[in-house]
Design a protein around this ligand. Structure first.
Ligand code: ARG
Length: 584
C-alpha cells in the first residue's frame, strides 16, 4: 500500500491539473493543525508565484474540484491566505482501514525497486569484553535491517568482527610468557598433530585486560605483542591455532549476548576474512597510482580542496609492514562487492569514527572498488550518557560491560515481575529478559540515532510515557480484551466515535512513518508512531466500553480494531527488535 500522503497527493495533483495548474503542486502532508483538519496542501502558494494570481484564488479553484469528490473528502476547503485543508470522509477512512487490515505488509509501503543492502553493525572485538558502545550499534543496526526488510529490500547483517587487531598479539604474547612450553609458540608447530591449549572464557576474560595494562607500562612487552601480531598475520601455524581458540571462545560468548539482545547476523565475517583481499586491494591502489610511501608506510591521499577541516591520508599499510583497521574496511568492500554486488553498504558505527569512514569511502571511490551508483553510507550514532551527561560508567567509574548492563536491566525487570500475579513464575526469567530488552532498546531507539542520550533505567522501565514497557503493557491489555471477548464476531465497519477516528487516522498515517524512517534510516520515527498509536488506543479503551457494548455491529468493529492495533504494534516492535509478552 502507498502511504496516505502519496494517495492524497495524487488526488490533489489531479485537481491542480484539472484547474490548469502544474500537478507537481499537489503535494499533501499531514496537517500542522490537527485540531482544524487532517491533511493539508500548500501548493497554492508556489502556484501563486508561477501563475501570478493570489494564492487563495488558486486554492479556491482546487478546493472546489476536490469538494466534488464526496467519497474521499468530508471537507476540502480553501483557507486564506491560500491553504487547502482536507478532512477525509468516514467511509473513506473505513475503507483505508480495511485495506490495511487485509494488506500482508500491514500497510508498510513496499519499495518499487528492492535494493540489496549490506548493513555493517555490531562490530565487537574478539578477546575483549563487549562494552556499551557496542550496544547502540547492535540495537540500531538490527532495527535498520528489519526496517529495510519490512519495506521490501534485501538486507544482510554483517557483524564485521574485530578479530585481526592488536588484542590478538597482546593475548598471544601474554600466554607465551605464562605457558612458554606450549607447542603453539614454537615454529615447529604441526597442525596435523599438535594442538593449541584450550582457552576458557574466564582465562581469556582475565588475560586481555591484564596484557593490555601491561603493554601500557612495558614497551618491551608491547613490541612483543606487535611482533606476535605480525607473525599471526603472516600465517604462523601455532599462533593461528591459538588465534582460532580465541575466536571460538569469543564468538561463543558473543552469540549468547546477541541472542539475549534478539540481534542476529547473516554473516559473521571478521576483519580476518576481509584481510584475505588485502593483496588485491594493494594491487588496485598501486595500479591506479593512488598509493605512495610516506615515512615507510603506504598511504593514499584522500583530501579535497573543498575540505573545511583536514582529511589526512589514509594509511593502508604501516611502516612495520602490517595491515590495519582501514585496510580491512577497504578489503571488506571488495569482498562485499564480489559476494553480493550490493546497492548500498551502511555502516552503523559511533559518530567518533566518521573521519575514518570519510577516508575509507573516498579511497574506495577513487579506486573504483564499487560502482559509482553504490551507496556507501556512514550512519553514525551518538553516545549513551549517564545522568551526569558524560559517557555511561559503572559505579566505580570504569567502562561498563554490556553483560553487566544487561544484568542490571533484567534484574530490575525481575523485581517488577515479582509483584505481578499475571506472570507464571516459570515464565518470569524469559519475561524479565523481554521487558529489560524492551526498556533499553526503546529507550535508545526513540532518540534519533545521531543524538546522544541519557540512560535512565527508572524512566526506561516506567509503564507510562514513551517507553518500551508502555507498549508491551498496551499489547498485554489488548490481549486480555480479546481473550475475554472469546470468539465474539469481529469486523471492521464504520466509524462510531471521535477517539476511534483519531486512532484509525494514526493507523492510516503509519505508512508515512515507515517511509520517513526508511528514507532517513532512522528507527525513531517507528518508535514515535507506535507510541502515538498506543496513546490513542488507551484513550479509545477508556472512552469506549468494548466488551460491554450491546450494539453487535459496533462491538464487532471495536474488537476488530483492537486486533488491528495489536498487529500494528507487534509489527512495529518486531522492526525495533523488541519481543512482546502475552500479559503483564
Ligand atoms: N570493532 C570496531 C570497534 O570496536 C567497530 C567496527 C565498526 N565497523 C567497521 N566496519 N569498521 O570500534
Amino acid at each position: 500500500m502507498d502511504p496516505i500522503t502519496k494517495i492524497l497527493s495524487e488526488k490533489v495533483s489531479a485537481a491542480f491539473e484539472k484547474c490548469g495548474y502544474d500537478p507537481a503542486l499537489g503535494n499533501v502532508t499531514a496537517s500542522d493543525r490537527p485540531d482544524i483538519c487532517q491533511f493539508q496542501c500548500n501548493g497554492a502558494f508556489a502556484a501563486a508565484k508561477a501563475y501570478r494570481k493570489p494564492p487563495f484564488v488558486i486554492a479556491d479553484d482546487v478546493a472546489a474540484v476536490l469538494s466534488a469528490d464526496k467519497d474521499t473528502f468530508k471537507e476540502a476547503v480553501s483557507v486564506k491566505p491560500g491553504f487547502i485543508n482536507l478532512i477525509l470522509s468516514d467511509e473513506y477512512i473505513s475503507s483505508l482501514i480495511r485495506s490495511i487490515d487485509s494488506d500482508e505488509h500491514c500497510g508498510i509501503p513496499q519499495a518499487e525497486k528492492p535494493l540489496t543492502i549490506v548493513i555493517d553493525y555490531g562490530g565487537p572485538n574478539t578477546a575483549k569484553p563487549l562494552h556499551i558502545g557496542h550496544l547502540r550499534s547492535a540495537i540500531i543496526g538490527e532495527s535498520l535491517k528489519r526496517l529495510a526488510r519490512a519495506c521490501g529490500h534485501k538486507a544482510y547483517g554483517d557483524i564485521h568482527l574485530g578479530d585481526w587487531g592488536l588484542q590478538n598479539g597482546l593475548v598471544i604474547a601474554e600466554l607465551s610468557e605464562r605457558f612458554p612450553d606450549e607447542k603453539c609458540f614454537s615454529d615447529s608447530f604441526d597442525p596435523e598433530k599438535d594442538h593449541a591449549p584450550e582457552l576458557t572464557p574466564e582465562l581469556l576474560g582475565e588475560v586481555y585486560p591484564f596484557a593490555s595494562a601491561k603493554s601500557k607500562e612495558n614497551e618491551e612487552f608491547l613490541a612483543k605483542a606487535h611482533a606476535a601480531l605480525i607473525k599471526l598475520h603472516n600465517g604462523h601455524k601455532g599462533y593461528t591455532a591459538l588465534w582460532k581458540q580465541i575466536l571460538k571462545v569469543s564468538v561463543g560468548d558473543l552469540k549468547e549476548i546477541y541472542k539475549c539482545l534478539n540481534v542476529d547476523f547473516d554473516f559473521w565475517y571478521g576483519e580476518s576474512d576481509a584481510a584475505a583481499y588485502n593483496d588485491r586491494l594493494y594491487k588496485i591502489l598501486e595500479e591506479k597510482g593512488l598509493s605512495h610511501e610516506s615515512d615507510g608506510a603506504l598511504v593514499c591521499d584522500v583530501s579535497l580542496e573543498s575540505d573545511k577541516s583536514p582529511v589526512p591520508p589514509i594509511i593502508v599499510r604501516k611502516s612495520d609492514g602490517s595491515d590495519i583497521y582501514a585496510t580491512w574496511d577497504l578489503s571488506a568492500i571488495i569482498q562485499r562487492q564480489e559476494d553480493l554486488s550490493p546497492d548500498c553498504i551502511w555502516y552503523v558505527v559511533d559518530n567518533r569514527q566518521e573521519l575514518h569512514f570519510t577516508q575509507v569511502f573516498r579511497c574506495s571511490r577513487a579506486a573504483g572498488l564499487v560502482p559509482e551508483s553504490t551507496e556507501l553510507k556512514f550512519l553514525g550514532f551518538g553516545t549513551m550518557n549517564g545522568s551526569d551527561g558524560k559517557p555511561y560508567k559503572t559505579r566505580s567509574g570504569g567502562v561498563m560491560r554490556l553483560s553487566e548492563l544487561i544484568k542490571t536491566v533484567t534484574d530490575a525487570a525481575l523485581e517488577r515481575l515479582a509483584e505481578s500475579d499475571k506472570v507464571d513464575p516459570a515464565d518470569r526469567e524469559e519475561y524479565a529478559r523481554r521487558l529489560g530488552m524492551a526498556a533499553i532498546k526503546f529507550g535508545d531507539l526513540i532518540n534519533h540515532r545521531s543524538k546522544d542520550y541519557i540512560f535512565d533505567l527508572d524512566k526506561f522501565m516506567s509503564a507510562e510515557g514513551k517507553t518500551g514497557i508502555y507498549l508491551l503493557y498496551t499489547i498485554s491489555r489488548i490481549n486480555s480484551i480479546l481473550k475475554r471477548a472469546g470468539d465474539a464476531p469481529s469486523e471492521l465497519c464504520g466509524v462510531y466515535t471521535d477517539c476511534e477516528r483519531d486512532l484509525m487516522l494514526r493507523l492510516i498515517m503509519t505508512g508515512d512513518a515507515y517511509t520517513l524512517a526508511m528514507n532517513e534510516k532512522a528507527p525513531n520515527y517507528v518508535c514515535e508512531n507506535a507510541y502515538q498509536t498506543a496513546v490513542l488506543f488507551s484513550r479509545f479503551y477508556h472512552e469506549c466500553r468494548i466488551i460491554d457494548e450491546t450494539d453487535e455491529k459496533k462491538r464487532a468493529h471495536w474488537l476488530a480494531l483492537c486486533r488491528l492495533v495489536r498487529k500494528s504494534l507487534l509489527t512495529a516492535l518486531d522492526i525495533l527488535g523488541i519481543e512482546a509478552v502475552e500479559n503483564m
